[in-house]
Design a protein. Structure first.
Length: 237
């Protein structure tokens, strides 16, 4: 059974009512995303509020975090309320589609650790299925709505499975968003990339490509790059 809470250096994530628990994907997205030019941030599918809190730790920006699952959004609100960043983060229980229809402002940065299973077995747990599968939030919906909410010079930053890379690039291009950055994430030196963090903007630019290996010297022996990226958050570093 997963722990009901996960303690970071500057905040604690309670997660007993969240289908998806704290994991490497969310931590990497929160740590890697460039926040220096963002004053208004949107976190799509915030779950426990992890990424919103990580971004709040790195910036003075206002952060709006939306979550379709009612219980998860309540837990995210509690996690934010119990943090020192509570005045800058707003949690809203709403789907991205409905949020786009009702929100009339734009964001400098949009981040998401979206559902990523499209055709695989679905759990009998409806909350876990919603969190893990693209049924409620397809990549088309994610990108098209993000484009509508993005400021002129804004960035969309998403973590997805490596094998969805070209699919997402194609969808983004159709929505007039252009690839700017890809981080290939490898579990070990000998294993292929399983995840990527991919970024888009409205302007064509030179594409930056880089690689991150999580464990480079054996099990639980983390690479210097991984430690440097996450050391401001994890207690273990």
């Amino acid at each position: 059974m997963a722990n009901t809470y996960f303690k970071f250096k500057q905040f604690t994530i309670n997660q007993e009512h969240c289908a998806m628990k704290v994991g490497t994907d969310g931590v990497l997205l929160g740590a890697y995303t460039d926040v220096k030019n963002a004053t208004n941030i949107l976190d799509i599918g915030t779950g426990s509020g992890l990424i919103a809190l990580m971004l709040a730790q790195q910036t003075k920006s206002k952060i709006t975090a939306i979550e379709i699952d009612e219980q998860a959004s309540k837990q995210a609100k509690e996690n934010v309320k119990n943090s020192k960043f509570k005045t800058r983060i707003k949690i809203i229980n709403i789907s991205l589609q409905n949020f786009t229809k009702t929100y009339d402002k734009h964001f400098d940065l949009i981040v998401s650790n979206p559902p990523y299973f499209q055709n695989s077995y679905k759990s009998n747990n409806n909350k876990r299925t919603t969190a893990r599968h693209t049924t409620e939030l397809s990549y088309n919906d994610l990108i098209s709505n993000s484009e509508k909410l993005l400021s002129e010079n804004g960035t969309v930053c998403i973590i997805i499975p490596k094998d969805e890379e070209q699919n997402l690039i194609n969808i983004a291009t159709k929505n007039n968003l252009f690839l700017t950055d890809i981080l290939n994430i490898k579990p070990t030196p000998s294993k292929p990339s399983k995840r990527i963090i991919i970024s888009f903007s409205r302007t064509k630019a030179q594409i930056t490509k880089s690689e991150l290996i999580i464990e480079d010297k054996g099990r639980h022996n983390y690479s210097d790059k991984y430690i440097n990226l996450t050391k401001d958050f994890y207690l273990k570093f």
